[in-house]
Design a protein around this ligand. Structure first.
Ligand code: NOJ
Length: 518
């Protein structure tokens, strides 16, 4: 386990819209370098960059055309290496986004694989044996190649599935995971990893990590075995490199060799009940009641989160870390349904739970979710990918380009939150995030280690009280003052709102969070 993860707090950057240093309307590596001081000051000491590789951008870069070349719009490979070096100089690590499940349809491997004549890359992707034959469990696309076969699309049509084999091949065109061509795909991905780790990257967030081996079993044992093999390589060659899975099944991903796994917004996920407990209509409108735990009208119920989280946490706490996120480039922003006061309490929990928290750029100032037409395959996700809001100046400080040249428009609301304004306001969301992260870095009991104990959590009741080593913490998102006997007394360490831990009682004012030393 890379030791640096113990105190890591990640900041996710969508490179298109973070900061445009050369004034062409789109973010770039130089822009990220210029803002490293801001990130450090915020309290984040690690980055996850969404894909920044050469791509036709039909899925915002998750359609990689060349794994070893950066997209020129962000800068060259040397600029990315400079970003690694500048980040390291400030004690910041950098994870790249590895997309091992598919390439772009324009990747050279796929161009070769589509050819009528067999060649080295024929089995690099999943193909049936006839242009009209489709397989089960995936989408297959025919009619796109000289080769008389249909290929499996891993996500959009432009993203042909790389072939790591099938757990139990059932058709003649399905290879086993031990077939030399399946192994060659795995080794090709290792080669990409080595390339960027040698260049200075500190690891990877791995796209769709749980779906590489097809027709896998319930336990995903084929895909897990593949990652254990890759982890073996990392342990031998790059023991400080960290791997975060987009799997949302830590009980499988962590024993499979990942150091971290995200809990995502999947239907039924406990994480979702904290902050996005509502349905979205096909038109992307919030429908029905919002039962999120952090809504101040407190219809929420913490047990729906804990009943999902705790068994996963307990069964994996010796294997790796669960990563709780404020959001990401695939989800609507927190601010869509939560006020800054409600968000402050969300951050209080995210940053004081075990594991490795991830903050999505702009959430620290409460950037809004905008209703926008799709861009680069974003669809409803586009509204969570708008330019970072630095100041009240032109394009909210994101770029000097003409507004119609921007990758996406900035928030036009007169009260659009900005970094500059919030830096001066001691009570701003930005300063609350900074204070919470300072607390986490100062108190080793609040870092990644698995020392969580739940002291009070009851269905439909408040507050939630939990302990981390020598600290007791409590949160009350509701508008009512609450108290509960906990047979503990403590001295004040930190609070949002008002609270006390004395005479065996934990008491919290409306919308409050407290930390005490016991
Ligand atoms: C998950 C990524 O987060 C998402 O943005 C992308 O569209 C799909 N995987 C396909 O790569």
């Amino acid at each position: 386990m890379p030791g640096w993860l113990e105190d890591a707090v990640f900041y996710e950057i969508y490179p298109q819209t973070f900061y445009d240093a050369n004034g062409d309307g789109i973010g770039d590596f130089e822009g990220i370098i210029e803002k490293l001081g801001f990130i450090k000051d915020l309290g984040c000491n690690a980055l996850w960059l969404n894909p920044c590789f050469d791509s036709p951008f039909k899925d915002a870069g998750y359609d990689v055309r060349d794994y070893k070349k950066t997209a020129p719009r962000y800068g060259g490979n040397d600029d990315l290496k400079r970003l690694f070096a500048e980040a390291h100089r400030r004690g910041i690590r950098v994870l790249l986004d590895l997309v091992p499940g598919h390439t772009s349809e324009e990747h050279e491997w796929f161009i070769q694989s589509k050819k009528a004549e067999p060649n080295e890359y024929w089995n690099r992707f999943i193909w049936t044996d006839h242009c009209f034959r489709r397989g089960e469990g995936m989408s297959f696309i025919g009619g796109e190649s000289e080769r008389a076969a249909a290929y499996a699309a891993n996500f959009f049509k432009c993203q042909p599935a790389l072939n790591f084999g099938f757990l139990k091949p059932a058709e003649s065109w399905q290879l086993g995971t031990d077939h030399p061509d399946s192994i060659a795909t795995r080794e090709a991905i290792k080669d990409v990893m080595r390339f960027w780790l040698d260049a200075g990257a500190d690891g990877f967030r791995v796209d769709m990590a749980g779906s590489l081996v097809k027709n896998d079993d319930e336990k995903q044992s084929g895909t897990a075995a593949l990652w254990r093999n890759i982890r073996g390589m990392l342990d031998r060659e790059y023991p400080e490199a960290a791997m975060a899975a987009e799997w949302s099944r830590p009980e499988v991903a962590l024993p499979a060799g990942f150091h971290m796994d995200f809990l995502l917004n999947n239907p039924g996920s406990g994480y979702k009940t904290l902050i996005r407990d509502y349905e979205l209509s096909p038109k992307n409108e919030v429908t029905g009641t919002d039962n999120s735990f952090f809504k101040k009208d407190a219809r929420g119920d913490i047990m729906r989160f804990l009943e999902d989280y705790l068994p996963r946490y307990k069964s994996t706490k010796d294997d790796g870390y669960i990563a709780l996120i404020s959001g990401n480039h695939d989800t609507v922003r927190l601010r869509r349904t939560l006020s800054p006061d409600e968000m402050a309490l969300v951050f209080a929990l995210l940053f004081t739970f075990p594991g490795t928290p991830f903050l999505y750029y702009g959430d620290e100032i409460g950037m809004r979710y905008l209703n926008l037409p799709t861009k680069e395959g974003g669809y409803f996700r586009t509204g969570a990918r708008t330019p970072m809001q630095w100041s009240k100046g032109k394009n909210l400080g994101f770029s000097t380009a003409d507004p119609d040249k921007l990758y996406l428009p900035v928030d036009a609301a007169p009260d659009a939150p900005t970094v500059e304004e919030q830096e001066w306001d001691g009570k701003s969301l930005l300063n609350t995030v900074k204070a919470l992260l300072r607390l986490r870095h100062n108190e080793s009991d609040l870092q990644a280690k698995p020392n969580l104990e739940i002291i009070y959590a009851e269905k439909g009741r408040l507050p939630l009280v939990y302990r981390r080593g020598g600290l007791v913490l409590a949160v009350n998102p509701s508008l009512k003052a609450v108290q509960v006997p906990v047979r503990l007394n403590g001295t004040f360490v930190y609070a949002i709102g008002a609270g006390s831990l004395e005479k065996g009682l934990c008491a919290l004012g409306p919308q409050s969070f407290g930390v005490w030393r016991v």
